[in-house]
Design a protein around this ligand. Structure first.
Ligand code: NAD
Length: 492
């Protein structure tokens, strides 16, 4: 069994408490590695290392162009190791190999894109209203960044944070999810080979209260970049407020996937399936509320059912598998509980609704792909994030009704509209309260496309050129170019 170490100041390091915890393979239920159980002492060491790298030594001296070159080298190393990292994630997380290979092949683009941006951050000279002064702005790294990630797509979501953070010149301490720490520790080994000085990228693994809390509260951490549940996000934002730190939060969702009667129904069926059964529904952007127009409801549900029935559960390493296990036993129980809640609320399971126990499911934590009809938007199954392969279908009458239902939820991460009517697509995209709106597609993301939540789905944006601003702070420099000495008792 592999025993991992923390990664601090460019070195593998034992946790101060000399404690490890086990991590399991969700398909076999077997323990396959031991993860260091860090605590506040390890957090302090890592933050001190990050602070030192930020303020003195080679990273602080590197030009933005040199930082960009290291980022591009890192991209190449990730590309080289994509299959190895993908296989580790499948073992630890249960995600399909095909999905992970796709994510790992794509991840280098974040480092190419932000690596290219590193030396294009420009300040400005100010056309001042005062004579005898010259003033300009500089955009400087905000400081040590705490990057806290969830278990569902550990490396991709980490890349969304660290690529702009490193481009901005920050240093980073990462706390990955206790359920899926291995891939982040493996990634950490590539940084020095890419030319990053020790201390620029550090990883402290462990639990939320033992590592996450001291990291968020550490006085030398200036920015917290968090992806996870809204309940943890609230705690982090409170702590950030108490300690006056910058925080960006990527939280949960309950995204409406809206099918109008004029949609290309084959495409819409594929979009509905991709919205809820891809990644076993364990994505923040899951299209977990499928809104279907009354006039096509029954026919559409029949077509959807015909395809959803064929979804193959099984070994995530097998390329023919379409739905893998749920990642953690805790999440497995939560998803099953929500299925009971939906039944109790009067929704009808027209597909699935049980544990997956067929031979292909092995000893894994499988939940059958599940579809509920007869869901009303006020039900808990329509309002709360399940984070599993459970779809709620809700009827609507017309555009106004669709909008009312779609927006009647506290989340606002994503939404999709299926229609051939361009006017309707534009009207809906204007009025949907979500950070991402897809028209006739679902689950499309890019390093160039800003991503983040409205309402309870978060604060701040990741991806796109502006995301680098989340890791910069602006300084204004004033230079007196006049000879006269001013009256010291009057504001200049
Ligand atoms: P979580 O909130 O339980 O944990 C996220 C991370 O926070 C973990 O590393 C955890 O150890 C850490 N943590 C827990 N308590 C903490 C504390 N008190 N202080 C500091 N850190 C703490 O979330 P999860 O179950 O790992 O992930 C699933 C959630 O993430 C879902 O709600 C999902 O929608 C959301 N998510 C959002 C996005 C997005 O981009 N908006 C992407 C993926 C997942």
């Amino acid at each position: 069994m592999k025993r991992y170490q923390l990664r601090i100041a460019g070195k593998a390091q034992e946790p101060a408490g000399l404690a490890w915890f086990e991590t399991q393979n969700p398909y076999t239920g077997q323990t396959w590695a031991e993860i260091p159980r860090g605590d506040a002492r390890d957090v302090d060491l890592a933050v001190q290392a990050a602070h030192q790298a930020l303020t003195s030594g080679p990273w602080a001296e590197m030009t933005p162009t040199q930082r960009g070159a290291s980022m591009r080298k890192l991209a190449d190393l990730i590309e080289r190791d994509a299959s190895r990292l993908a296989a580790i994630e499948v073992r630890d997380n249960g995600k399909l190999l095909a999905e992970m290979q796709g994510q790992l092949n794509y991840l280098p683009q974040w480092f190419h894109y932000y690596g290219g941006l590193a030396d294009k951050v420009q300040g400005s000279t100010l056309p001042l209203d005062k004579k005898g002064y010259f003033a300009f702005t500089r955009h400087e790294p905000v400081g040590v960044v705490a990057a806290i990630t969830p278990w569902n797509s550990p490396l991709l979501l980490l890349g969304w944070k660290i690529a702009p953070a490193l481009a901005a010149g920050c240093t980073v301490v990462v706390k990955p999810s206790e359920f899926t720490s291995a891939s982040t520790l493996e990634l950490a080994e590539l940084f020095e080979a890419a030319g990053f000085p020790p201390g620029v990228f550090n990883v402290v693994t462990g639990f939320g209260t033992e590592v996450g809390t001291p990291l968020v509260e550490h006085p030398l951490v200036r920015k917290i970049s968090f992806t996870g549940s809204d309940s943890t996000g609230r705690l982090i934002n409170e702590a950030a407020g108490r300690h006056l730190k910058h925080a960006s939060l990527e939280l949960g969702g309950k995204s409406p996937n809206i099918v109008f009667e004029d949609a290309d129904l084959e495409q819409a069926v594929s979009g509905a399936i991709s919205g809820i059964f891809a990644a076993t529904g364990q994505t923040c952007i899951a299209g977990s509320r499928l809104l279907v127009q009354d006039s096509i409801h029954d026919a559409f549900v029949d077509r959807l059912l015909a395809v959803a029935r064929t979804a193959r559960m099984g070994d995530p390493m097998d390329p023919s598998t379409q739905v893998g296990p749920v990642t953690t036993p805790l999440q497995y129980r939560k998803v099953l509980e929500y299925i009971d809640i939906a039944r109790g609320e009067g929704a009808t399971a027209i597909l699935g609704g049980e544990k997956g126990t067929s031979p292909e499911c092995g000893a894994g934590w499988f939940v059958q792909p599940t579809i509920f009809t007869g869901v009303r938007n006020h039900m808990r199954i329509a309002q709360e994030e399940v984070f599993g392969p459970v779809l709620s279908i809700i009827r609507f009458k017309d555009e106004a009704d669709a909008l009312r239902i779609a927006n009647d939820v506290r989340f606002g991460l994503a939404a999709a509209v299926w229609t051939q009517d361009i006017g309707r697509a534009i009207r809906m995209s204007e009025k949907l309260q979500a950070g991402t709106v897809w028209v006739n597609t679902y689950r499309a993301i890019s390093f160039m496309a800003p991503f983040g939540g409205y309402k309870d789905s978060g604060l701040g944006r990741e991806n796109g050129a502006d995301a680098i601003r989340e890791y910069l702070q602006t300084k204004c420099v004033w230079i007196n170019s006049g000879a006269a000495t001013a009256n010291p008792f009057v504001m200049r």
